[in-house]
Design a protein. Structure first.
Length: 340
C-alpha cells in the first residue's frame, strides 16, 4: 500500500499570465509557494486487474471495473484520466481525499493530478523529473479533461517551494526565490487565510478569461500585463527582504485581477475584502480564479485578532497554514512498518 501526497499552493501574483494563449505571445511570470495543506491518495495494489475509486470529498464510490471500462465520472475523472493516459493496467484501489474542499482556489485539482502522475511513475520506478510530471499533469487537465487552466498550478505543486516561474512559448523556467529564514518566517506569520464558505468551478471564470485573451481584448491584456509586472515586483521585494511592500503589491494585484472578467468578485467578496482592510490588513487577494474559495490577507500581528474576529463575524473560517518547501511524495506503508 502506497500513500501519495501533493501540496496545495498560494499564488501571490501573475495568475492568468500562465495561460498558453497569453504567454505564447507575451511571456508570463508567477510568484507562488506550496503550503502544508495536501491532496492525498491511498493506492492499494490489487491481486487482480480490477479498479475501484473512493472519494469522500464527493461522497462517492465508483464500483469495481476493468481498465477498458473505467469511465470519467464526476469525482474520479482526474484519477481515471491519469490511469488511462499513462496506460497503467495493474489493478488497484484508489482512495482520494484533500485537506480542503474541491473548488477552494488553492490548486487542488492540479495538486491531485500531479499526485496521481507522480504516484504511478514512482510505482513504475521511472524517476521522472519535476518538469515531466508537471507537463504530463497539465496535458491531462487541459487536453483530456478540457480544463480552461494555465500551467502554474501543475508546476507549483510538482516543484514545491517558493518560486518565480517564467512561462515562454517553448519553455517554463522555475527559479527558487532566495529569502532569509527570518524574512520568510515573518512573511508567513503575517499571512492570514480564510475560507469564504463557498466554492466555485474555476472553468466558469477561466473560460470567459480565455475567450477574451483569444479575442485580444485590450482591457484584459492590459490587466494581465499589470499582474505580470507585479509578480516581478514581488520577487524583487522578497529578495530585498521588503515584505511590507509585498502587502501593497498584493492589494494592487487584486485591483487588477478584478478587471479580468465578470465572476472573479461579487458584492459579498468586495464587502469581505474592504472589511478586512478596515480591520487592519494591508493587502490581500482571492486565491485561485476567484468567485469563491479562500481569501488571503497580509496583516501584521498587532491587528490579527481584530481581523480574525471581523472575518468570523462575517461567517468565514480561519485556515492556519505554513509554507512547505517540497513537492509531491510517495510513501510505501509496508516498508515504513517493516523499518526499511
Amino acid at each position: 500500500m502506497n500513500v501519495g501526497i501533493s501540496p496545495l499552493r498560494i499564488s501571490f501574483a501573475g495568475g492568468g499570465t500562465d495561460m498558453p494563449e497569453y504567454y505564447d505571445q507575451f511571456d508570463g511570470y508567477v510568484v507562488s509557494s506550496t503550503i502544508n495543506l495536501f491532496t492525498n491518495i491511498v493506492f492499494n495494489q490489487r491481486r487482480d486487474d480490477s479498479f475501484q475509486v473512493f472519494s469522500p470529498d464527493y461522497e462517492l464510490h465508483r464500483k469495481m471495473t476493468d481498465f477498458e471500462n473505467m469511465e470519467l465520472l464526476p469525482g474520479t475523472e482526474i484519477a481515471v484520466s491519469v490511469v488511462k493516459h499513462m496506460n497503467y493496467k495493474l489493478g488497484a484501489d484508489y482512495f482520494i481525499c484533500s485537506d480542503v474542499q474541491p473548488g477552494s482556489g488553492l490548486g487542488g485539482s492540479s495538486s491531485l493530478t500531479v499526485n496521481c502522475v507522480n504516484t504511478i511513475q514512482t510505482l513504475r520506478k521511472e524517476n521522472w523529473d519535476s518538469k515531466k510530471i508537471a507537463e504530463t499533469a497539465f496535458y491531462v487537465e487541459r487536453n483530456l479533461l478540457n480544463g480552461k487552466i494555465g500551467k502554474q498550478d501543475d508546476y507549483i505543486t510538482a516543484f514545491g517551494g517558493f518560486n518565480l516561474i517564467k512561462f515562454k512559448k517553448d519553455d517554463v523556467t522555475v527559479t527558487p526565490i532566495s529569502i532569509s529564514n527570518s524574512t520568510i518566517e515573518e512573511f508567513s506569520d503575517n499571512l492570514i487565510l480564510f475560507f469564504l464558505g463557498t466554492t466555485r468551478k474555476s472553468n466558469d471564470v477561466l473560460s470567459q478569461q480565455l475567450e477574451l485573451i483569444k479575442n485580444k481584448d485590450q482591457k484584459i491584456l492590459s490587466s494581465l500585463d499589470i499582474v505580470k509586472d507585479l509578480a516581478l515586483e514581488i520577487h524583487d521585494s522578497l529578495k530585498n527582504n521588503d515584505i511590507s511592500k509585498v502587502a501593497e503589491i498584493l492589494n494592487k494585484g487584486w485591483m487588477a485581477k478584478k478587471k479580468f472578467t465578470e465572476g472573479i468578485t461579487n458584492n459579498k467578496i468586495d464587502k469581505i475584502y474592504s472589511s478586512g482592510i478596515e480591520a487592519g490588513a494591508i493587502g490581500g487577494k482571492i486565491t485561485g480564479a476567484g468567485g469563491g474559495g479562500h481569501i488571503l490577507f497580509y496583516c501584521e500581528k498587532q491587528n490579527q485578532e481584530k481581523l480574525k474576529e471581523k472575518m468570523e463575524y462575517l461567517g468565514l473560517k480561519h485556515v492556519p497554514f505554513k509554507f512547505y518547501n517540497n513537492g509531491p511524495k510517495v510513501l510505501n506503508l509496508y516498508e515504513q512498518i517493516q523499518g526499511y
